[in-house]
Design a protein around this ligand. Structure first.
Ligand code: CUA
Length: 340
């Protein structure tokens, strides 16, 4: 019995290696720092490559010396007693102190200079200003110079710097868009600065990278990078009040009775004061619900009736008292809120 256990334990290192290899598997091509789509992510990847190559170099040299010493000084047949004992070697000690110092300097110079470069603050002339307010468990984006506010989907123009002011409304979260760069903490009571830029149009997935509560892993958002002309068009539409089609007026009534106390449906609302709940002015354009759930009528209805069942710990109250007809009308109205 005991020996069986010993054999089983020997499999552990193998399992560890397999597990390590499997962590490299991902079905999500958007969520990688190894495929940069902008200058910040590209710089950060070059730092990753530099530190990785130094580490691999050190590891290789140490392993070669280790194996050489193991073979060269092994106990040979006929050898008795302990070998000659040597203590202290100034030349060697200086060498193995100086080499790491040189390596750390090679690593530190670009790291420190890039850290300051990426924390530079760009003015309104140089960059689009976006204030990010993290909430349990969603993201609010205020375009402070453009006078609009949105949630979950961050639209940005390509080829331009986006200057972020990162804040939090409750606990510590972290703002991270792996393909564009990051990550930086959002702390209650203070503002952190960082900038990002997307070179090509695309949808880049963002994550909260700081454990912030039961739905930390579900606190996803999207960065939607579009050509500058398309971005200007989007901003103009966000500022234009929407007309509600006749067939959605019943849904709008339900919304006004149940939801409007927390959710704005006007893109220009919510500036200066943090929103209580996500601004829904372009809800119909969003591809996912609550950051991660497939968006269809059934899921949206479930979200309205029992949001905590889909996103544990979130602060939206359940609207289980609405009847099916009211929920259907509300779902139709919400899906009709589009600016694209
Ligand atoms: Cu917010 Cu983790």
């Amino acid at each position: 019995m005991m020996s069986q256990w010993k054999k089983a334990w020997r499999l552990l290192p193998l399992l560890a290696v397999v597990m390590l290899a499997l962590t490299g598997c991902s079905q999500d091509p958007f969520l990688t720092a190894l495929d940069p789509k902008g200058p910040v992510a590209a710089q950060q990847l070059s730092l990753i490559k530099l530190s990785l190559s130094i580490m691999i170099g050190v590891f290789t040299v140490v392993m070669v010396i280790y194996v050489y010493v193991l073979l060269r000084f092994r106990k040979r047949p006929g050898q008795t007693g302990i070998p000659e004992q040597i203590e202290g070697n100034h030349k060697l000690e200086i060498i193995w102190t100086v080499i790491p110092l040189i390596l750390v300097t090679i690593l530190a110079v670009p790291t420190v200079s890039q850290t300051f470069h990426l924390a530079e603050k760009h003015s309104s002339e140089e960059a689009v200003q976006v204030k990010v307010i993290a909430h349990q468990f969603w993201w609010e984006f205020e375009y402070t110079d453009l006078g609009i506010s949105t949630g979950q989907d961050l639209y940005i123009p390509t080829g331009q710097k986006i200057q972020f002011q990162l804040a939090s409304q409750d606990v510590i979260h972290a703002f991270w868009v792996p393909t564009l760069g990051g990550k930086t903490d959002t702390n209650p009571g203070m503002i952190n600065n960082m900038w990002l830029q997307a070179d090509v149009p695309g949808v880049y997935k963002g994550k909260c990278a700081e454990l912030c509560g039961p739905s930390h892993a579900l606190m996803d958002f999207k960065v939607i990078a579009v050509e500058p002309a398309e971005f200007d068009d989007w901003v103009a539409k966000m500022k234009t009040p929407q007309t509600v089609a006749v067939e959605h007026q019943a849904g709008e009534e339900v919304f006004k009775q149940s939801c409007i106390g927390c959710h704005a449906v006007d893109g220009t609302k919510g500036l200066k004061v943090p929103d209580v709940a996500p601004n829904l002015s372009n809800f119909g354009d969003r591809e996912v619900l609550a950051g991660y759930i497939e968006k269809n009528d059934a899921n949206l209805a479930q979200w309205i009736k029992d949001p905590v069942s889909l996103k544990p710990g979130n602060l939206m109250p359940a609207f289980g008292h609405l009847d099916d007809q009211q929920v259907d009308a509300l779902v139709g109205y919400l899906n009709s809120l589009k600016v694209q």
